[in-house]
Design a protein around this ligand. Structure first.
Ligand SMILES: *Cc1c(COP(=O)(O)O)cnc(C)c1O
Length: 428
């Protein structure tokens, strides 16, 4: 029997269960955890040949380890990418992909709607090194067009974005970016490789936080960068090898185990999220419900063209009930009995966060306003519980948020429902 998966065009579920494994001489069934910092050589000559590159042999786990390599090979096969490197966290992946490529004098164009730390890298870190950075509204092609009137070295964008679930038209932006000379980096955390394949729509590099859906059970941090063999070997690998954002082999193994069920977890979470979005859109305490496959989403057609399902996150605004939207949103969060308050996402457990006071506190009120995040905005990552239990928990929390209001204020607020369009329709 073969020790590795034969080279056939296997489907995603098969790649997730069996892809990437490289069995040792012990023929272990599950991937081995090679928890070792270094490797030994049989002779001085073998060590010399390894460093010359004429012999393939693991040297040091900062830049190569069999368990980490198994994860890289599984992710590359799933994404349809030539090569992959995994890192200690999603931010190590984003930071590595950018710093490996950029130099003083370069120009970076980014969509404004980025994960908080990605926003900090573009707005604060890169300018320190003499890199010019430009933010655009990712939904507005005219702003991208304007930004690419000057050459650019790199583009960073997220679609759907955190937390407002905005879409970027990938083929259109990639075409404009390439004409300006830029490498297009897509943070695909919210869509996962199962719902959206940026490399098939013009992206050059895809980055992930493996902490989210890949592990999916709240245990370890990890990240991944995927791209062409040439870019990964010549641009990314020297940076990773010499700066050391390396993942622990143990954490890589946990993520390998998590991936074996990604194709079962993500569609189930998407179906739950679509049902929750339909529920929230019909509630008077909720003034706006955002979900990419909801008919009321301004970019629903683009979402259905680029993604095979609407994703696992729903964002909604709790309406001001007369004492401020923040107070109303906090009452809802505090009344939840099942859903946890946590800033993680993509987990088996459903969790909510209030972006204005947590993940997006540091971007400041003006940038939050530009992003559309207000004091009533709540981001909900829908998990794998029975969706009826999640919906009942949300229902009782929305009810309680009104009842706990002082009597004089009770009837002052309550926005209008954003529409009761169905999100759970079939993919295009
Ligand atoms: C979580 C996240 C990251 C960062 O990943 P970490 O593993 O937490 O470092 C980057 N981008 C997006 C969209 C994320 O959700």
């Amino acid at each position: 029997m073969p020790r590795t998966l034969p080279d056939a065009p296997f489907r995603p579920a098969t790649l997730l269960v069996r892809g990437g494994q490289n069995r040792s001489s012990f023929d272990e069934m599950s991937e081995a955890v090679h928890l070792t910092s270094g490797f030994m050589y049989e002779s001085a000559e073998q060590a010399e040949d390894t460093f010359l590159g004429t012999v393939q042999h693991f040297q040091y786990s900062r830049f190569g380890n069999p368990t980490i390599e198994a994860l890289q090979n599984k992710l590359a096969a799933l994404e349809g990418a030539e090569a992959c490197r995994v890192t200690a966290s999603g931010m190590a992946a984003v930071h590595g992909a950018m710093l490996a490529h950029l130099k003083t004098g370069d120009r970076v164009v980014a969509s404004r709607a980025l994960f908080g730390s990605c926003h900090w890298i573009v707005s604060t870190l890169l300018p320190r090194y003499g890199i010019e950075t430009v933010f655009v509204d990712g939904t507005d092609l005219d702003q991208w067009r304007e930004a690419f009137r000057k050459p650019a070295a790199m583009v960073l964008l997220e679609t759907p974005s955190n937390p407002m679930l905005e879409l970027v038209d990938l083929p259109a932006v990639a075409e404009l970016a390439h004409a300006a000379g830029a490498v297009v980096v897509v943070d695909n955390v919210f869509a996962t490789p199962l719902l959206q394949k940026p490399l098939t729509m013009g992206a050059d590099v895809v980055v992930y936080s493996a902490t989210k859906h890949f592990d999916g059970q709240g245990r370890v941090l990890g990240g991944a960068v995927l791209g062409s063999r040439k870019w990964v070997d010549e641009v990314l690998q020297p940076f990773i090898r010499n700066t050391g954002p390396s993942i622990s082999p143990f954490n890589a193994w946990v993520i390998l185990k998590g991936l074996e069920t990604l194709h079962l977890r993500v569609p189930a979470m998407c179906a739950n999220a679509a049902a929750v979005a339909d529920f929230l859109a019909g509630r008077a305490e909720v003034s706006r419900t955002l979900y990419p496959f909801l008919a009321s989403h301004p970019q629903q057609a683009l979402a259905r063209a680029q993604m095979s399902a609407g994703g696992t996150l729903v964002t909604f605004d709790v309406a001001d009930q007369g004492d401020g939207a923040k107070a109303a949103a906090f009452r809802v969060l505090n009344a939840l009995k099942l859903v946890d308050i946590s800033n993680n996402l993509g987990d088996a457990r459903s969790m909510v966060t209030h972006p204005a006071t947590t993940t997006h506190m540091k971007v400041g009120p003006e940038e939050r306003a530009r992003l559309g995040i207000n004091d009533g905005t709540v981001r909900l990552s829908v998990g794998l519980e029975d969706v009826q239990d999640v919906i009942e928990d949300l229902a009782q929390a929305l009810d309680a948020s009104r009842e706990s209001l002082r009597p004089g204020l009770r009837d002052a607020g309550g926005g209008t429902a954003a529409g009761v369009s169905r999100a759970a329709g079939p993919a295009r």
